[in-house]
Design a protein around this ligand. Structure first.
Ligand SMILES: Nc1ncnc2c1ncn2[C@@H]1O[C@H](COP(=O)(O)OP(=O)(O)O)[C@@H](O)[C@H]1O
Ligand SMILES: [Mg+2]
Length: 260
């Protein structure tokens, strides 16, 4: 594929709660290239998850357009939507909510392979074993239920499920935020390795600038429903222009020059 993987233009979405109207997205535009990681950072409530949900079509925007792999993503229906969906996967902060907790790890992965007919049926069990190994989980975990495993293991299963269908783009919304520091570091390494192997693009969303910095080629900074600055990761952090980003940099000891 030549050209950008995803182009979003002027996305708008308002929520009303009681007599309060919140412009969760006040006109957001962004571009992600194939194989690229765009980091999206910003404080709580600035609209990051709404953007993720609009991009995955869990929430409809009131205005704006999204081109994904060259198609009008918001206009796709039926079989062409199902086919394109395979290529846009999402990983949430708490994958427990996204799994049937009684399902087994192997069952979750086999289902993903079956739904999108990724490999012939006869190769499915082998592919499940390969995925479990690829995300660094012990081979005997396949028979365990999602409920029984740790949060870090569950997040590896969520990543395995996302990459099982060989997508072009994975949106990760606070995907490592609930994990302790060492588990988080290993999962970030896994994501970078998988990107190198498969050329998958990521939209990596976090309120934590240090985490975003560790994996992103470019960084976009969001505040009050808008992207307030954007650019290559190193130059955005070296010369922040928005108050939001200056505050986020100040909160990260390794980035503001103070010892951790
Ligand atoms: N389903 C919803 N109903 C009402 N308000 C919502 C809903 N989803 C998000 N919001 C509001 O939209 C704003 C942005 O929320 P969100 O996208 O979750 O931000 P973030 O992920 O950056 O913390 C917040 O003010 C939030 O309360
Ligand atoms: Mg959020």
């Amino acid at each position: 594929m030549t050209g950008p993987l995803l182009v979003a233009r002027d996305l708008r979405r308002t929520f009303t709660s009681g007599d309060r109207r919140v412009a969760a997205l006040g006109g957001v535009s962004l571009t992600i290239a194939p194989g690229e990681t765009l980091g999206l950072v910003g404080g709580s409530g600035c609209g990051k998850s709404t953007l993720a949900r609009v991009l995955t079509r869990l929430v409809a925007p009131e205005a704006g357009s999204i081109a994904f792999m060259g198609d009008d993503w918001l206009g796709l229906e039926g079989g062409s939507l199902r086919a394109a969906r395979r290529h846009l996967q999402m990983v949430f902060q708490d994958p427990l909510a996204a799994f049937n907790p009684r399902a087994t790890v192997g069952g979750v992965l086999a289902d993903a392979l079956r739904i999108h007919a990724v490999v012939p049926k006869a190769e499915r069990a082998g592919e499940v074993a390969r995925l479990i190994d690829r995300v660094g989980l012990p081979s005997d975990l396949g028979g365990r239920s999602i409920r029984e495993i740790s949060g870090g293991q569950r997040q590896r299963v969520a990543i395995a499920r996302a990459i099982a269908v060989r997508p072009r783009l994975v949106i990760l919304d606070e995907a490592v935020s609930a994990l302790d520091v060492s588990v988080r570091g290993r999962i970030l390494e896994l994501l970078v390795d998988l990107q190198r192997e498969t050329g998958v693009g990521y939209l990596f969303i976090s309120h934590d600038l240090a985490v975003v910095r560790a994996v992103s080629h470019r960084i976009a900074v969001m505040a009050e429903g808008r992207i307030v600055e954007e650019g290559p990761a190193s130059s955005v952090i070296a010369a922040p222009s928005s108050g939001v980003l200056k505050d986020l940099i100040g909160a990260v000891p390794r980035l503001n020059g103070k010892p951790a």
